[in-house]
Design a protein around this ligand. Structure first.
Ligand code: AKB
Length: 322
């Protein structure tokens, strides 16, 4: 049985759905702090606060888990506003899951982020092993988590696996509190209002990945032969890098008349401290990582799905005819 924490989050919703299709809903237990939107939920569900160690222990005692996928976390922009909460969920919560995994020898996956890097890191083709001096609390928690993972793997033999996600673009669940959220919000506003006000400047280049690739990276890493893995902190994974202006341009090719304006706020500083592109050769060598989606395919697929979700039938028909 697979335990998923943070199952209602941006990656959690898609990953839970894929795992359910692959293994069957009864092989999963989805958990989150918030109850699920659907009633009844599509997979068995329990409320879990990962910062509550006794609740984590009680849950793990009641089920025989063979894999933990620990996605519960606070993202970068929220983490800057609520640093204590960010530490508590991202570090204390992860430590509870690592301890539970260690006592029961259950393999554990959790996502780190490009936020592990900071302004002193090389910004282009950021290597796997490089300076990790983040300036955000979110980044501090991710670096701490990476080092904890490496320690638990080396010291206690826990099979911990992780990837450093770039911005992930998906349509199933809204992102919340991230610096890369503009790349999702732009689609929803383009389809619903024909315009978007972006909170970072037009030339802010950031590494991004379409959700199917993000899900694939988790599944590929979980399926990888443990003997081939050379990284137990967290693997760099890359797909595409683009700026808001480039995304707006790609969207306007399908939606002429779409306009994007730029009003940078505090998230600009966070974005400027992160890499623009990532070297993921360790992931490619160790577990054959390869993304499927480039910018144009991502844009077309996102527009189709967002148009379907928002009931924009004329756009949907126009896209289908292309
Ligand atoms: C965020 O923007 O905080 C996340 C991330 C890159 O980790 N999407």
């Amino acid at each position: 049985m697979i335990l998923i924490t943070g199952a209602n989050g941006q990656i959690g919703v898609d990953l839970t759905e894929t795992l359910s299709a692959r293994h069957g809903a009864d092989r999963l237990l989805a958990t989150d702090l918030r109850p699920p939107q659907a009633d009844p939920p599509p997979v068995p569900f329990e409320v879990l606060d990962v910062t509550d160690e006794r609740a984590v222990e009680r849950l793990l005692d009641r089920h025989e888990f063979t894999q933990i996928i620990h996605l519960a976390g606070i993202l970068s922009a929220t983490g800057q506003q609520y640093p204590d909460l960010c530490w508590s969920v991202n570090v204390t919560g992860l430590k509870h899951m690592l301890d539970a995994a260690r006592q029961r020898q259950i393999p554990l996956f959790w996502p780190s982020s490009i936020a592990s890097f900071g302004p002193t890191t090389p910004r282009t083709d950021t290597p796997q092993h490089t300076i990790t001096e983040p300036r955000t609390m979110y980044g501090v928690t991710k670096v701490t988590g990476e080092l904890l993972s490496q320690f638990y793997a080396a010291q206690y033999g826990v099979d911990v696996r992780s990837v450093r996600f770039p911005g992930v673009v998906g349509h199933a669940a809204p992102p919340g509190g991230g610096t890369t959220d503009w790349a999702v919000a732009m689609f929803f506003d383009a389809v619903s209002r024909g315009s978007y006000r972006c909170f970072v400047g037009p030339d802010t280049r950031m590494p991004m990945m379409y959700m199917p690739d993000a899900v694939k990276s988790v599944l590929d890493l979980l399926a990888a032969d443990a003997d081939r893995l050379t990284v137990r902190t967290s693997y760099n994974v890359a797909a595409i890098s683009f700026t808001p202006a480039e995304l707006a341009d790609a969207i306007s090719r399908y939606m002429p008349g779409f306009t994007c304006t730029y009003v940078p706020d505090y998230r600009q500083d966070i974005a400027d401290s992160w890499p623009q592109s990532i070297d993921d050769s360790s992931a490619r060598n160790d577990w054959d990582w390869l993304p499927d989606y480039g910018l144009d395919r991502l844009v077309f697929d996102m527009l189709m799905n967002v148009a379907r979700r928002l009931g924009h039938t004329s756009l949907l028909e126009r896209l289908k005819r292309r």
